[in-house]
Every structure is written in structure tokens, then in C-alpha cells.
Design a binder for this molecule. Sequence first.
Ligand SMILES: [Zn+2]
Length: 149
Amino acid sequence: MDSNILIGLVQRYPRDIFPSIWDSIEESVALGESCICEAVHREVYRIGDDLYKWAKKLPGFVCSTNGEELATVKAIGQAHPEWVQGQVNEADPFVIAHAKFEGSDIVSEENRKGPGVIDKNLKIPNVADEHQVRVLKFFDYVRAEGWSF
Ligand SMILES: [Zn+2]
């Protein structure tokens, strides 16, 4: 999951109103079907303490970054040197690298740009394409999990 999914949950589906969405996500984490990478967890820290703590307390939700993922992040940086600028898009290469390592899909609300888009304006789906990683929107993920609320 990309940061924008967690932010969207907090902003549009607060737990006091939509508890079953949160319960379902927690169940999928327990089954090993959903996770975030460390870089997303760090990004979430900037957004809200409650969200950060919720993620931290959920066993198996935050995946640590391994050497293979760092190599992918480095390759992405070499292919698109202007993509990550400071905190802008900082977690994105890690999200792609983690999904590639796991052979999993990314869940993100980012839209594919282009063709011919400059590095600075690249979105996760553009770069994920280059690494044969599929990107789902939040509702695609909910449908893939077979949930309805
Ligand atoms: Zn993971």
C-alpha cells in the first residue's frame, strides 16, 4: 500500500464511521495479504501520530527494506534521476521495489502520466510498468479481496 491509501482511509473512511473497512484490512494483514514498506511508514509519521502508531502495532504490516529492494531503488534513481526530490516522491521507489521483491501488487491512487512525461512528474504506475509490477486503485483492491461494506 502506498501512503495515499492510508491517508485516504483516515480522511474518507474514519474508523468510527467505517469500522469494518479497518477490520478487514487488519484481517488481510494477519493473513499476510497487505503490507506497507518502511518508507511509507516513515511518510505516514509526517501525516499523523495515530495512523503511525496503528501501523506500527499491527504485526506484519510494516515490512523492512532488504538489499534487493535497495538495489531496485538505486536502479530507479539511475533511470529517473529527477523523480525523487527531497521529500517529494521519496517513498515511491521503495513502494515499487518492495512490491517487485514480494511479487505483489501495489495499491495506490496515483494515475499514470504520459507518454513522454518528464522524470519530475512521473507517477508510481509509470515506473511500476518498467518493473512489471501491477498497480491497483483502492477499490480494485477491495474488489480483489472480495469485500463489500
Ligand atoms: Zn511487504
